[in-house]
Unconditional design. Structure first.
Length: 164
């Protein structure tokens, strides 16, 4: 299967991202509701209060079809966090390894992440990709990725964040 990343630009891509996001709700570390078309539109057009400093969104195509998305967010406290999802019909083909490598290459610093303790596949894939476990609580594993940007983890920022 091909996997061609491109930054989200068109309304169709924004919508495809929403559909895949909604297909992945069961894997989220927080209980989230499906996003409506109107909410997605408002978010994309910056009509909602700004929750992050900046973000980068990508869709991934196999030929013409969008099969996955990723979203990197730069938070006001300096953290960078990723999220990605694969369309149900495109799972089981090993795409996530390539998506993880792609979003890591697009991040300009270390990353913070979360994964469900019950999600064996993502735990394995994240560990393989260099994510480190910081702590585990209430079914959620909190992670850190150096992303080859610094020699040592930024422990101060990590502990400040997780002690909130
Ligand atoms: C979970 C998800 C990321 C897996 O992606 P995928 O690339 O389709 O995964 P695959 O089924 O091809 O499996 C990839 C690897 O995980 C392993 N794996 C799959 N299910 C597993 C399980 N239950 N336990 C352990 N390993 C598992 C596979 O054996 C495979 O390893 P291998 O290549 O060494 O044999 C994908 O299904 C998805 O998008 N889920 C919804 C959204 C999500 O969870 N996003 C991540 C959190 S932000």
């Amino acid at each position: 299967m091909n996997l061609i990343p491109s930054p989200v630009c068109t309304a169709d891509e924004v919508e495809a991202m929403r559909v895949i996001f909604n297909e992945c709700l069961e894997f989220m570390t927080k209980p989230l509701s499906p996003i409506t078309h109107a909410q997605q539109h408002a978010w994309w057009n910056h009509e909602l209060p700004k929750k992050v400093k900046k973000f980068k969104a990508f869709v991934y195509r196999d030929n013409e079809e969008i099969v996955a998305y990723s979203l990197l967010q730069w938070h006001f406290d300096g953290r960078i966090t990723p999220i990605f999802g694969i369309k149900k019909s495109a799972r089981g083909m090993g795409l996530s390894r390539r998506i993880i490598q792609h979003y890591l290459s697009e991040a300009d610093g270390p990353l913070y992440g979360e994964e469900l303790s019950s999600h064996a596949a993502i735990i394995k894939l994240n560990r393989e990709a260099g994510w480190e476990l910081i702590r585990e609580e209430n079914g959620v594993r909190y992670l850190y990725h150096l992303n080859n940007k610094t020699t040592y983890p930024d422990y101060q920022s990590m502990f400040e964040y997780w002690s909130k």
